[in-house]
Structures are given as C-alpha cells and as structure tokens.
Write a protein that binds this ligand. Structure first.
Ligand code: DLL
Length: 441
C-alpha cells in the first residue's frame, strides 16, 4: 500500500491560524475583556483577587494590560473543589473532565456545549496543521474517560470528517491488529506508548513501515527530538507534537505544523505569556520561563493567567508555514514536582496521601521510576512499622494489597509495591528525596 503524503487543501478552520498580527490582537483583546468580565461577575475567587488589587475589568485598556491581572494556580482548583471556579450554572454545563491534583482529590474542569465546540475546533486545527484530513483513518489511543486525551481528539477527528477508531489506551496487541486490518493512517497516543507499539509489533511479526500509517499526533508527556528521530526511523511515519492541559481545555492548546518546528499556540483562543517562575515578571519571546495561559473563549471555567508550570519559551521568529501563531519550544521540564507516568499526571504528595490512609506504614517512602520496553514503570518502596515487619508473610501480603489499592484509588496508577524494613530508605539532611527517576528518553 502506498502512503499518501500529499498535503490536502487547507481546512477552512485553519484560516484563523493565518490572521494578520494586528487583527489577531484585536480578536484577543475583545475576547479577553469578555472573559475577564465573565470571571469577575461569576467566580468569587477571581473577583476577590481583583478587589485585592483594586482592579476592575474596565481597567483593561489594551491587551498588554493583561499583566496586571492576578495569576491562577493549580491549588486554586483544589481549594475550590469541585465546582468553585465555574462561571456557568450547572444547567449549562454538559461535561466534566478531571486530572490529578496535588493530594487525594482530583482537579475538576467543566465545559458548556459551546466550550466543547470550541475545543473540537482547536483539535480540527491541530490535526489539519499536521496534514491530517477527512480521508484518514484515525486510531485514538489516548485514554477515554476523565482524561481529556481520548474524547478531545475523538470529537476533533470526527469533526474533521476522518474515520475514528475509539480504541482508547492499552491492549497493545489489539491496537496493532486493528492498525493493520483497518489500514490506519494516523495514530494519536503518548510518544512512549507508540515506541512500545513499534517494539511489540515487531515481536508480532508486523513491521509498521509496511502499513499505511503515516502520521502520529503525540503528546501528554515530555519527549525529545531524539525520541522523534527514533519514532520516525523505527516506523516510517511523521511524528507531531500536540500540547495541552486539562485546566485550559485538554489537548489542542498548541500543535505542530508539517514543518515540525514546535507547536503553534492557537493564540486567538489561548493567550500565552512567559514569566520568570521566581519573580513572576514577564519575559520576552525567545527567553525560557514558565508558560502562563489565559483562555479567551471558555465559558464554563475561564482561566485567567493560569500558571502551567511548564518550562518553555515562545519562538521569536515566524514559522516557514506562514502561520502567524507563535510557537512554543518543546516542553522538557516543569517548575514543580509533577511527574507524568504513561501520560498520567502524578504528584509525590498523592502517593503520600494514599500511604497514610493505610495503617502499618511509616512516612518514609520512595518512588522509583524506570522504563522497560519503552513503558514507564513505577515502584513504590515504603517502610513498615517494626511490629508489622516482624509479622507473618500473610500479614505483609495483605498490607501490600491494601497499599496498592489505595495508591490506585488516589492516582489511577497501579504501582509495584515493595515493603521495606524500618530505616532502609536513605534519610536526607534536607528535603527528602522522594523520587528516583531512572527513565531516560
Ligand atoms: O495531558 C492533555 C493532552 C492530552 C495533551 C493528549 C496532549 C495530548 P493533563 O493530563 O492535564 O492534560 O496534563 C497536562 O502534561 O502541563 C504538560 O506538563 C504535559 N504535557 C502535555 N502535552 C505535552 C507535550 C494532557 N506535548 C500536562 N509535551 C502539561 C510535553 C506535555 N509535555
């Protein structure tokens, strides 16, 4: 089968990608004013922060005044759990998604029907930017459910007119069988999972290079140029970077075009800034700092100056594709301790919360991350109390089961668990070293 590498005509939804800069700023400013007014009128926390700064929505005179507005952070979502940041009445909210919070409770995000339509448009633009079109057969192997990856890509791919296989994550052999039998041309999943798919396919006697698959839309976790090269060399496809986060919408905040030169932010919908994470001062394009995003269209849950914790920079130059949208440099690290394991976000404090729910352990634990066959593995080592340690094997097995269950309930991840004797885990003089990350990309 030949791979159709011809680029399709531009999708109408992509027209916004090419707005002249002055026009883009007009759109952004108009939308920003509406967004700020909406948050001020309906979100108590935002109004309180504006009042503390003695600011009113009418104080926004130009787009640059955005820097006067207060920041929003992840703990704001935790503190107002579950619906405290909603700006729409429940009758207008049609969907929730959720992502890991820093402790036992997730953070919740809400969408009106219009929000979902906007998100779908962002995904259509994302897919169209990397040459995906209505003749494509798209395997959506991001998780479906509370995670935004599966459903986000799903509706966008359908709206593009492509044929969607909503297979969700996991079940690798079946993924490979369908990819082959259905003649899948585009796959959406985490980059590490795709590397695993390549290896598993080889074990099954399937060479992905012989299949019609030509494009991968990869994101939800950090990856590198080296990984892109490995993926492309190992599978013969083009690998594109898709970026997003639940708090802002999910996937589709930014996506690479066929030049593969960093994801373009859909700036008419999501206003980007880079700040110094220590001083919180704005930084110019080209300098590395923390990405801050403001939603310009969201109704159910507007996010004003949300600190993503993702470290990147805004490319100072225009992309050769002609899009006026700025690009972010690949996101390699975060300014907080959030880990991403097989695309699932995890804070070490969640593990602590899960362990503390179970009697018999000491508050000394370590999370060891490794990568086997391109898949992340997590082992939690935890010290048990001396009396438990001298208990029979059956008692220890019972405790282990309870801990694994507790971790799974809090984080959604099934970890390997090792009970260790009191005082086995190395003590640190300063901050406890909770995570040993042996994964290499
Ligand atoms: O991961 C949304 C998503 C789904 C993006 C599918 C792309 C594809 P969260 O679970 O809220 O949302 O995690 C968001 O994941 O702040 C980044 O730290 C990281 N992340 C997402 N995409 C990328 C990427 C989804 N392309 C957090 N490169 C973000 C690096 C990424 N990190």
């Amino acid at each position: 089968m030949s791979k159709n590498r011809d680029l399709p005509p531009m999708h109408p939804a992509s027209a916004m990608d090419f707005l002249p800069p002055a026009q883009l700023r007009d759109v952004q400013f108009t939308r920003l004013k509406e967004m700020v007014q909406r948050a001020f009128d309906h979100v108590a926390l935002f109004r309180k922060r504006m009042d503390e700064k003695r600011l009113k929505p009418s104080d926004l005179r130009t787009l640059d005044d955005i820097v006067k507005l207060p920041f929003t952070v992840k703990t704001d979502l935790r503190d107002t759990y579950p619906f405290g940041l909603c700006a729409s009445p429940m009758k207008d909210i049609v969907r929730f998604h959720a992502s890991s919070g820093t402790t036992g409770k997730p953070i919740v995000v809400a969408y009106t029907q219009e929000d979902l339509n906007d998100w779908t448009r962002a995904i259509v633009r994302s897919l169209a930017a990397c040459g995906v079109h209505n003749n494509d057969i798209i395997q959506v192997a991001y998780g479906y459910g509370l995670f935004t990856g599966g459903l986000g890509l799903h509706y966008g791919a359908e709206a593009l007119g492509a044929s969607v296989i909503p297979i969700s994550g996991g079940n690798t052999d079946r993924q490979i069988m369908l990819m082959k039998d259905f003649g899948v041309t585009v796959i959406c999943c985490t980059p590490s999972y795709f590397l695993h798919l390549i290896d598993r396919a080889a074990e099954m006697g399937v060479n992905i290079k012989d299949l019609p698959l030509r494009t991968g839309v990869f994101g939800a976790e950090p990856w590198t140029e080296d990984m892109r090269e490995r993926i492309e060399a190992g599978s013969g496809i083009k690998a594109y970077d898709i970026y997003g986060l639940s708090e802002i919408v999910g996937p589709g905040v930014a996506n690479e075009c066929t030049y593969q030169a960093g994801p373009h932010i859909f700036e008419d919908m999501f206003y980007p800034e880079i700040i110094d994470p220590k001083t919180l001062e704005p930084m110019p394009d080209g300098t590395e700092g923390e990405l801050v995003l403001t939603t310009l269209c969201k109704r159910a849950m507007p996010m004003i100056r949300y600190r993503t914790r993702d470290i990147t920079s805004l490319e100072p130059t225009r992309c050769a594709c002609g899009r006026t949208l700025r690009r972010i440099r690949r996101i390699g690290r975060r300014s907080d301790d959030m880990l991403i394991i097989r695309g699932v976000n995890l804070f070490p404090s969640q593990i602590e919360a899960a362990l503390l729910k179970v009697e018999g352990t000491l508050p000394h634990y370590q999370i060891v991350l490794t990568r086997e066959a391109d898949l992340d593995q997590m082992e939690v080592q935890v010290e048990v109390t001396p009396d438990v340690f001298s208990d029979e094997v059956r008692g220890l097995e019972e405790l282990k089961k309870k801990l694994v269950h507790s971790i799974e309930t809090v984080t959604g991840i099934r970890a390997a668990l090792r009970l260790v004797a009191p005082h086995t885990i190395q003590r640190s003089e300063g901050k406890a070293k909770r995570v040993i990350d042996k994964r290499k990309m």
